[in-house]
Ligand binder design. Structure first.
Ligand code: CAA
Length: 378
Protein backbone atom coordinates (compact mmCIF):
# COMPACT_ATOMS: atom_id res chain seq x y z
CA UNK A 1 0.00 0.00 0.00
CA UNK A 2 1.08 3.57 -0.66
CA UNK A 3 1.50 5.87 2.38
CA UNK A 4 -1.78 7.58 1.38
CA UNK A 5 -3.61 4.24 1.29
CA UNK A 6 -2.21 3.33 4.70
CA UNK A 7 -3.38 6.66 6.10
CA UNK A 8 -6.90 6.26 4.70
CA UNK A 9 -6.99 2.67 5.95
CA UNK A 10 -6.07 3.80 9.47
CA UNK A 11 -8.75 6.50 9.41
CA UNK A 12 -11.41 4.03 8.25
CA UNK A 13 -10.28 1.36 10.71
CA UNK A 14 -10.38 3.74 13.68
CA UNK A 15 -13.86 4.93 12.74
CA UNK A 16 -15.08 1.35 12.23
CA UNK A 17 -13.57 0.08 15.50
CA UNK A 18 -14.91 2.96 17.59
CA UNK A 19 -18.26 3.72 16.00
CA UNK A 20 -19.42 0.74 13.97
CA UNK A 21 -18.27 -2.56 15.50
CA UNK A 22 -19.64 -1.84 18.97
CA UNK A 23 -23.08 -1.05 17.47
CA UNK A 24 -23.31 -3.60 14.66
CA UNK A 25 -25.16 -6.25 16.63
CA UNK A 26 -27.71 -3.76 17.99
CA UNK A 27 -28.35 -2.18 14.57
CA UNK A 28 -28.79 -5.66 13.09
CA UNK A 29 -31.37 -6.54 15.73
CA UNK A 30 -33.21 -3.22 15.34
CA UNK A 31 -33.02 -3.42 11.53
CA UNK A 32 -32.02 0.21 11.11
CA UNK A 33 -29.13 2.64 11.10
CA UNK A 34 -29.11 6.00 12.86
CA UNK A 35 -28.91 8.84 10.35
CA UNK A 36 -25.92 10.42 12.13
CA UNK A 37 -23.73 7.54 10.93
CA UNK A 38 -24.18 8.91 7.41
CA UNK A 39 -23.32 12.42 8.61
CA UNK A 40 -20.12 11.07 10.19
CA UNK A 41 -19.18 9.22 7.00
CA UNK A 42 -19.66 12.54 5.19
CA UNK A 43 -17.52 14.47 7.70
CA UNK A 44 -14.67 12.00 7.18
CA UNK A 45 -14.92 12.42 3.41
CA UNK A 46 -16.04 8.81 2.87
CA UNK A 47 -19.05 9.86 0.78
CA UNK A 48 -16.96 11.72 -1.77
CA UNK A 49 -13.94 9.47 -2.02
CA UNK A 50 -14.02 9.08 -5.81
CA UNK A 51 -15.17 12.61 -6.64
CA UNK A 52 -12.65 15.28 -7.61
CA UNK A 53 -11.82 18.07 -5.16
CA UNK A 54 -13.65 20.61 -7.38
CA UNK A 55 -16.85 18.81 -6.32
CA UNK A 56 -15.83 18.73 -2.65
CA UNK A 57 -14.63 15.12 -2.94
CA UNK A 58 -11.32 13.59 -1.86
CA UNK A 59 -10.28 12.75 -5.45
CA UNK A 60 -8.89 9.34 -4.51
CA UNK A 61 -8.22 6.40 -6.81
CA UNK A 62 -10.42 3.30 -6.91
CA UNK A 63 -8.07 1.01 -4.98
CA UNK A 64 -7.72 3.48 -2.10
CA UNK A 65 -11.51 3.67 -1.94
CA UNK A 66 -11.73 -0.14 -1.85
CA UNK A 67 -9.20 -0.25 1.00
CA UNK A 68 -11.40 2.12 3.05
CA UNK A 69 -14.61 0.29 2.16
CA UNK A 70 -13.17 -3.04 3.30
CA UNK A 71 -12.42 -1.49 6.70
CA UNK A 72 -15.93 -0.04 7.01
CA UNK A 73 -17.42 -3.46 6.11
CA UNK A 74 -15.13 -5.13 8.67
CA UNK A 75 -16.95 -2.90 11.18
CA UNK A 76 -20.48 -3.14 9.76
CA UNK A 77 -21.54 -4.39 6.32
CA UNK A 78 -24.83 -2.47 6.44
CA UNK A 79 -23.01 0.85 6.73
CA UNK A 80 -20.61 -0.28 4.02
CA UNK A 81 -23.36 -1.01 1.50
CA UNK A 82 -24.94 2.42 2.06
CA UNK A 83 -21.49 3.92 1.44
CA UNK A 84 -20.76 1.70 -1.56
CA UNK A 85 -24.01 2.34 -3.40
CA UNK A 86 -23.66 6.09 -2.87
CA UNK A 87 -20.00 6.28 -3.97
CA UNK A 88 -20.15 3.84 -6.86
CA UNK A 89 -23.50 4.32 -8.54
CA UNK A 90 -25.48 7.60 -8.35
CA UNK A 91 -22.45 9.84 -7.83
CA UNK A 92 -20.39 8.14 -10.55
CA UNK A 93 -23.30 8.16 -12.99
CA UNK A 94 -23.84 11.90 -12.45
CA UNK A 95 -20.11 12.52 -12.69
CA UNK A 96 -19.84 10.58 -15.95
CA UNK A 97 -23.03 11.74 -17.67
CA UNK A 98 -24.22 14.86 -15.86
CA UNK A 99 -24.16 18.38 -17.32
CA UNK A 100 -22.06 21.01 -15.52
CA UNK A 101 -25.23 22.34 -13.88
CA UNK A 102 -26.26 18.85 -12.70
CA UNK A 103 -22.80 18.22 -11.25
CA UNK A 104 -22.86 21.54 -9.42
CA UNK A 105 -26.34 20.94 -8.05
CA UNK A 106 -26.08 17.30 -7.00
CA UNK A 107 -22.47 16.20 -6.66
CA UNK A 108 -21.27 18.75 -4.14
CA UNK A 109 -23.89 18.01 -1.47
CA UNK A 110 -23.51 14.29 -2.18
CA UNK A 111 -19.73 14.45 -1.73
CA UNK A 112 -20.14 16.28 1.58
CA UNK A 113 -22.64 13.70 2.81
CA UNK A 114 -25.52 16.17 3.00
CA UNK A 115 -27.36 14.05 0.43
CA UNK A 116 -27.19 10.26 0.46
CA UNK A 117 -27.57 8.61 -2.94
CA UNK A 118 -29.41 5.51 -4.13
CA UNK A 119 -29.74 3.55 -7.39
CA UNK A 120 -32.91 2.00 -8.73
CA UNK A 121 -32.73 -0.47 -11.62
CA UNK A 122 -34.43 -3.72 -10.48
CA UNK A 123 -38.18 -4.30 -10.52
CA UNK A 124 -40.36 -7.09 -9.14
CA UNK A 125 -40.22 -8.88 -12.53
CA UNK A 126 -36.85 -7.61 -13.74
CA UNK A 127 -33.72 -8.69 -11.83
CA UNK A 128 -30.87 -10.36 -13.72
CA UNK A 129 -32.59 -9.45 -17.00
CA UNK A 130 -32.36 -5.79 -16.14
CA UNK A 131 -33.09 -4.54 -19.67
CA UNK A 132 -36.61 -5.97 -19.39
CA UNK A 133 -37.68 -3.28 -16.91
CA UNK A 134 -41.11 -1.77 -17.51
CA UNK A 135 -41.32 1.42 -15.40
CA UNK A 136 -42.38 4.03 -17.94
CA UNK A 137 -41.24 7.62 -18.48
CA UNK A 138 -43.71 9.63 -20.62
CA UNK A 139 -42.52 12.82 -22.25
CA UNK A 140 -44.53 15.91 -21.37
CA UNK A 141 -43.90 19.63 -21.63
CA UNK A 142 -40.79 20.51 -19.61
CA UNK A 143 -40.04 17.01 -18.38
CA UNK A 144 -41.12 13.43 -17.91
CA UNK A 145 -43.85 11.66 -15.96
CA UNK A 146 -42.75 8.36 -14.42
CA UNK A 147 -44.95 5.42 -13.45
CA UNK A 148 -44.01 1.93 -12.29
CA UNK A 149 -42.75 -0.26 -9.48
CA UNK A 150 -39.09 -0.65 -8.50
CA UNK A 151 -37.63 -3.26 -6.16
CA UNK A 152 -34.80 -3.69 -3.61
CA UNK A 153 -33.62 -0.09 -3.55
CA UNK A 154 -30.78 0.33 -1.04
CA UNK A 155 -31.12 3.77 0.68
CA UNK A 156 -34.45 4.15 -1.22
CA UNK A 157 -36.25 5.98 1.59
CA UNK A 158 -33.34 6.60 3.98
CA UNK A 159 -31.46 8.37 1.17
CA UNK A 160 -32.13 11.74 -0.45
CA UNK A 161 -31.61 11.26 -4.15
CA UNK A 162 -32.02 8.23 -6.40
CA UNK A 163 -30.76 7.66 -9.92
CA UNK A 164 -33.68 5.67 -11.32
CA UNK A 165 -34.06 3.88 -14.64
CA UNK A 166 -37.35 3.94 -16.60
CA UNK A 167 -38.33 3.31 -20.23
CA UNK A 168 -38.33 6.40 -22.39
CA UNK A 169 -39.50 4.52 -25.50
CA UNK A 170 -43.16 3.80 -26.02
CA UNK A 171 -45.02 0.47 -26.08
CA UNK A 172 -44.98 0.24 -29.90
CA UNK A 173 -41.38 1.49 -30.10
CA UNK A 174 -39.60 -0.98 -27.80
CA UNK A 175 -35.83 -0.79 -28.17
CA UNK A 176 -34.70 -3.00 -25.28
CA UNK A 177 -31.49 -1.81 -23.72
CA UNK A 178 -31.43 1.36 -25.82
CA UNK A 179 -34.87 2.69 -24.82
CA UNK A 180 -34.25 3.42 -21.14
CA UNK A 181 -33.51 6.73 -19.42
CA UNK A 182 -31.70 7.52 -16.16
CA UNK A 183 -33.38 10.16 -14.00
CA UNK A 184 -32.16 12.07 -10.94
CA UNK A 185 -35.03 11.74 -8.47
CA UNK A 186 -35.03 13.36 -5.01
CA UNK A 187 -36.88 11.05 -2.61
CA UNK A 188 -39.03 14.04 -1.61
CA UNK A 189 -40.55 14.22 -5.14
CA UNK A 190 -44.35 14.07 -5.26
CA UNK A 191 -45.35 10.62 -6.55
CA UNK A 192 -42.24 8.91 -5.16
CA UNK A 193 -43.86 6.36 -2.84
CA UNK A 194 -41.66 4.34 -0.51
CA UNK A 195 -43.05 0.84 0.03
CA UNK A 196 -42.43 -1.64 2.79
CA UNK A 197 -38.97 -2.05 4.23
CA UNK A 198 -37.78 -5.55 3.38
CA UNK A 199 -37.27 -7.97 6.28
CA UNK A 200 -33.94 -9.44 5.23
CA UNK A 201 -31.70 -12.33 6.27
CA UNK A 202 -28.57 -10.18 6.59
CA UNK A 203 -27.28 -6.62 6.28
CA UNK A 204 -30.47 -5.93 8.15
CA UNK A 205 -29.61 -2.40 9.21
CA UNK A 206 -29.19 -1.31 5.60
CA UNK A 207 -32.50 -0.07 4.27
CA UNK A 208 -33.89 -2.01 1.29
CA UNK A 209 -37.28 -0.88 0.01
CA UNK A 210 -39.67 -1.23 -2.88
CA UNK A 211 -40.63 2.08 -4.47
CA UNK A 212 -43.59 3.08 -6.63
CA UNK A 213 -43.57 5.97 -9.08
CA UNK A 214 -47.08 7.38 -9.36
CA UNK A 215 -47.49 10.11 -11.99
CA UNK A 216 -44.12 11.43 -10.75
CA UNK A 217 -43.04 14.55 -12.67
CA UNK A 218 -39.29 14.89 -13.27
CA UNK A 219 -38.11 18.08 -15.00
CA UNK A 220 -35.91 17.86 -18.10
CA UNK A 221 -32.88 19.05 -16.17
CA UNK A 222 -33.03 15.88 -14.05
CA UNK A 223 -32.61 13.52 -17.00
CA UNK A 224 -29.03 12.22 -17.20
CA UNK A 225 -27.39 12.31 -20.62
CA UNK A 226 -29.38 10.90 -23.56
CA UNK A 227 -32.98 9.72 -23.00
CA UNK A 228 -32.38 6.20 -24.41
CA UNK A 229 -28.99 5.50 -22.82
CA UNK A 230 -29.82 5.02 -19.15
CA UNK A 231 -29.38 1.23 -19.17
CA UNK A 232 -25.85 1.57 -20.56
CA UNK A 233 -25.06 4.23 -17.95
CA UNK A 234 -26.40 1.88 -15.26
CA UNK A 235 -24.19 -0.99 -16.45
CA UNK A 236 -21.20 1.34 -16.59
CA UNK A 237 -22.00 2.31 -13.01
CA UNK A 238 -22.27 -1.34 -11.99
CA UNK A 239 -18.78 -2.00 -13.35
CA UNK A 240 -17.57 0.16 -10.47
CA UNK A 241 -20.33 -0.86 -8.07
CA UNK A 242 -19.32 -4.51 -8.28
CA UNK A 243 -15.85 -3.64 -7.00
CA UNK A 244 -17.49 -2.01 -4.00
CA UNK A 245 -19.46 -5.17 -3.29
CA UNK A 246 -16.22 -7.16 -3.56
CA UNK A 247 -14.69 -4.90 -0.90
CA UNK A 248 -17.72 -5.39 1.37
CA UNK A 249 -17.44 -9.18 0.99
CA UNK A 250 -13.74 -8.95 1.81
CA UNK A 251 -14.36 -6.90 4.97
CA UNK A 252 -16.96 -9.43 6.17
CA UNK A 253 -14.55 -12.33 5.49
CA UNK A 254 -11.66 -10.58 7.23
CA UNK A 255 -13.79 -9.96 10.33
CA UNK A 256 -14.90 -13.61 10.40
CA UNK A 257 -11.31 -14.84 10.07
CA UNK A 258 -10.16 -12.64 12.95
CA UNK A 259 -12.94 -13.95 15.20
CA UNK A 260 -12.12 -17.55 14.23
CA UNK A 261 -8.39 -17.10 14.87
CA UNK A 262 -9.03 -15.56 18.30
CA UNK A 263 -11.53 -18.24 19.28
CA UNK A 264 -9.35 -21.13 18.09
CA UNK A 265 -6.55 -19.74 20.28
CA UNK A 266 -8.75 -19.63 23.38
CA UNK A 267 -10.99 -22.65 23.07
CA UNK A 268 -9.54 -25.78 24.67
CA UNK A 269 -10.67 -29.33 23.92
CA UNK A 270 -8.86 -32.65 24.42
CA UNK A 271 -6.35 -30.81 26.64
CA UNK A 272 -5.14 -28.29 24.05
CA UNK A 273 -6.15 -25.05 22.31
CA UNK A 274 -8.07 -26.11 19.22
CA UNK A 275 -5.66 -24.06 17.04
CA UNK A 276 -3.08 -26.76 17.79
CA UNK A 277 -5.11 -29.39 15.92
CA UNK A 278 -4.22 -29.79 12.28
CA UNK A 279 -7.90 -29.93 11.25
CA UNK A 280 -8.37 -26.39 12.60
CA UNK A 281 -5.09 -25.16 11.15
CA UNK A 282 -6.12 -26.31 7.68
CA UNK A 283 -9.42 -24.45 7.99
CA UNK A 284 -7.78 -21.21 9.13
CA UNK A 285 -5.10 -21.51 6.45
CA UNK A 286 -7.69 -21.96 3.69
CA UNK A 287 -9.67 -18.99 4.97
CA UNK A 288 -6.63 -16.70 5.16
CA UNK A 289 -5.38 -17.77 1.71
CA UNK A 290 -8.69 -17.14 -0.03
CA UNK A 291 -8.95 -13.72 1.64
CA UNK A 292 -5.45 -12.75 0.50
CA UNK A 293 -6.25 -13.88 -3.06
CA UNK A 294 -9.53 -11.93 -3.06
CA UNK A 295 -7.78 -8.79 -1.89
CA UNK A 296 -5.08 -9.11 -4.55
CA UNK A 297 -7.69 -9.63 -7.29
CA UNK A 298 -9.81 -6.75 -6.04
CA UNK A 299 -6.91 -4.32 -5.94
CA UNK A 300 -5.79 -5.48 -9.38
CA UNK A 301 -9.30 -4.79 -10.64
CA UNK A 302 -9.25 -1.36 -8.96
CA UNK A 303 -5.95 -0.56 -10.69
CA UNK A 304 -7.32 -1.84 -14.03
CA UNK A 305 -10.21 0.60 -13.70
CA UNK A 306 -7.77 3.48 -13.23
CA UNK A 307 -5.43 2.47 -16.04
CA UNK A 308 -7.90 1.37 -18.71
CA UNK A 309 -7.44 -2.43 -18.45
CA UNK A 310 -10.42 -4.80 -18.95
CA UNK A 311 -12.31 -3.28 -16.06
CA UNK A 312 -15.60 -5.03 -16.90
CA UNK A 313 -14.21 -8.55 -16.70
CA UNK A 314 -11.90 -7.78 -13.77
CA UNK A 315 -14.73 -6.24 -11.76
CA UNK A 316 -16.92 -9.30 -12.26
CA UNK A 317 -14.03 -11.64 -11.37
CA UNK A 318 -13.22 -9.69 -8.21
CA UNK A 319 -16.87 -9.50 -7.09
CA UNK A 320 -17.46 -13.19 -7.83
CA UNK A 321 -14.34 -14.41 -6.06
CA UNK A 322 -14.63 -12.12 -3.03
CA UNK A 323 -18.32 -12.87 -2.45
CA UNK A 324 -17.83 -16.63 -2.71
CA UNK A 325 -14.83 -16.25 -0.38
CA UNK A 326 -17.03 -14.41 2.13
CA UNK A 327 -19.53 -17.28 2.09
CA UNK A 328 -16.75 -19.86 2.44
CA UNK A 329 -14.97 -18.03 5.24
CA UNK A 330 -18.07 -17.22 7.28
CA UNK A 331 -19.31 -20.83 6.95
CA UNK A 332 -15.94 -22.13 8.15
CA UNK A 333 -15.84 -19.54 10.95
CA UNK A 334 -19.12 -20.92 12.31
CA UNK A 335 -17.63 -24.41 12.14
CA UNK A 336 -14.58 -23.27 14.13
CA UNK A 337 -16.91 -21.85 16.81
CA UNK A 338 -18.98 -25.07 16.80
CA UNK A 339 -22.26 -24.75 18.72
CA UNK A 340 -21.39 -21.21 19.84
CA UNK A 341 -21.07 -20.13 16.22
CA UNK A 342 -24.72 -20.98 15.65
CA UNK A 343 -25.83 -18.67 18.48
CA UNK A 344 -26.83 -15.07 17.84
CA UNK A 345 -24.66 -13.82 20.70
CA UNK A 346 -21.50 -14.58 18.70
CA UNK A 347 -20.68 -12.27 15.78
CA UNK A 348 -19.91 -14.98 13.22
CA UNK A 349 -23.63 -15.80 12.99
CA UNK A 350 -24.36 -12.24 11.79
CA UNK A 351 -21.33 -12.21 9.47
CA UNK A 352 -22.58 -15.43 7.82
CA UNK A 353 -25.98 -13.80 7.21
CA UNK A 354 -24.35 -10.57 6.01
CA UNK A 355 -22.15 -12.44 3.52
CA UNK A 356 -24.90 -14.17 1.52
CA UNK A 357 -26.30 -11.14 -0.28
CA UNK A 358 -22.87 -10.25 -1.71
CA UNK A 359 -23.41 -13.25 -4.03
CA UNK A 360 -26.72 -11.72 -5.15
CA UNK A 361 -26.92 -7.93 -5.28
CA UNK A 362 -25.28 -5.85 -8.05
CA UNK A 363 -25.43 -8.99 -10.19
CA UNK A 364 -25.64 -12.59 -8.99
CA UNK A 365 -22.64 -14.92 -9.19
CA UNK A 366 -24.30 -16.49 -12.24
CA UNK A 367 -24.45 -13.09 -14.00
CA UNK A 368 -20.80 -12.40 -13.06
CA UNK A 369 -19.80 -15.72 -14.65
CA UNK A 370 -21.81 -14.84 -17.75
CA UNK A 371 -20.03 -11.48 -18.01
CA UNK A 372 -16.58 -13.04 -17.46
CA UNK A 373 -17.19 -15.74 -20.09
CA UNK A 374 -18.57 -13.25 -22.63
CA UNK A 375 -15.46 -11.10 -22.29
CA UNK A 376 -13.31 -14.14 -23.22
CA UNK A 377 -14.81 -14.00 -26.73
CA UNK A 378 -14.50 -10.25 -27.32
N1 CAA B 1 -20.66 -2.03 -19.13
C1 CAA B 1 -21.04 -1.17 -20.09
N2 CAA B 1 -21.89 -1.50 -21.09
C2 CAA B 1 -22.35 -2.77 -21.11
C3 CAA B 1 -21.99 -3.71 -20.13
C4 CAA B 1 -21.11 -3.31 -19.12
N3 CAA B 1 -20.73 -4.13 -18.15
N4 CAA B 1 -22.60 -4.89 -20.41
C5 CAA B 1 -23.33 -4.68 -21.52
N5 CAA B 1 -23.18 -3.40 -21.93
C6 CAA B 1 -23.79 -2.79 -23.10
C7 CAA B 1 -23.58 -3.62 -24.35
O1 CAA B 1 -22.36 -3.28 -25.00
C8 CAA B 1 -24.80 -3.30 -25.18
O2 CAA B 1 -24.59 -2.09 -25.86
P1 CAA B 1 -24.41 -2.11 -27.49
O3 CAA B 1 -25.71 -2.62 -28.01
O4 CAA B 1 -24.13 -0.68 -27.82
O5 CAA B 1 -23.26 -3.02 -27.74
C9 CAA B 1 -25.88 -3.06 -24.15
O6 CAA B 1 -25.20 -2.79 -22.90
C10 CAA B 1 -26.79 -4.24 -23.95
O7 CAA B 1 -25.96 -5.30 -23.64
P2 CAA B 1 -26.48 -6.81 -23.70
O8 CAA B 1 -27.18 -7.06 -24.98
O9 CAA B 1 -25.33 -7.68 -23.36
O10 CAA B 1 -27.54 -6.81 -22.53
P3 CAA B 1 -28.32 -8.02 -21.89
O11 CAA B 1 -29.73 -7.61 -21.79
O12 CAA B 1 -27.96 -9.30 -22.57
O13 CAA B 1 -27.81 -8.10 -20.36
C11 CAA B 1 -26.48 -8.30 -18.42
C12 CAA B 1 -26.61 -7.81 -19.88
C13 CAA B 1 -24.99 -8.42 -18.22
C14 CAA B 1 -27.13 -9.62 -18.16
C15 CAA B 1 -27.09 -7.21 -17.53
O14 CAA B 1 -28.49 -7.14 -17.67
C16 CAA B 1 -26.74 -7.39 -16.08
O15 CAA B 1 -25.65 -7.04 -15.65
N6 CAA B 1 -27.73 -7.90 -15.28
C17 CAA B 1 -27.60 -7.92 -13.83
C18 CAA B 1 -28.32 -6.73 -13.28
C19 CAA B 1 -27.72 -6.24 -12.03
O16 CAA B 1 -26.51 -6.31 -11.80
N7 CAA B 1 -28.55 -5.67 -11.19
C20 CAA B 1 -28.09 -5.07 -10.00
C21 CAA B 1 -29.22 -4.41 -9.32
S1 CAA B 1 -28.70 -2.98 -8.51
C22 CAA B 1 -28.29 -3.41 -6.93
O17 CAA B 1 -28.24 -4.53 -6.54
C23 CAA B 1 -27.87 -2.20 -6.16
C24 CAA B 1 -28.14 -2.19 -4.73
O18 CAA B 1 -29.00 -1.46 -4.28
C25 CAA B 1 -27.21 -2.91 -3.82
Amino acid sequence: MTPEQQQIRELAREFAENELRPNAEHWDREGKLPRDVVAKLGELGFLGMLLPEEFDGLGLDTTTYLVALEEIARGDASVAVAMSVHNSLPTQMIRAQGSDAQKERWLKPMARGEMLGAFSLSEPDSGSDAASLTAQARKVDGGWVLNGAKAWVTNGGFGDVVVAMARTDTADDRRGAKGIGAFIVPTSTEGYIVGKKEDKMGQRASETVGVAFQEMFIPDDQLLGEPGMGFIYALQGLNGGRLGIGAIALGIAQAALEHAVAYAGERRQFGAAIKDFQGMQFKLANMATRIAASRALLHQAGDARESGGNAVQMASMAKLFASETAMFVTTEAIQVFGGYGYMKEYPVERLFRDAKVTEIYEGTSEIQRTVIARELYR
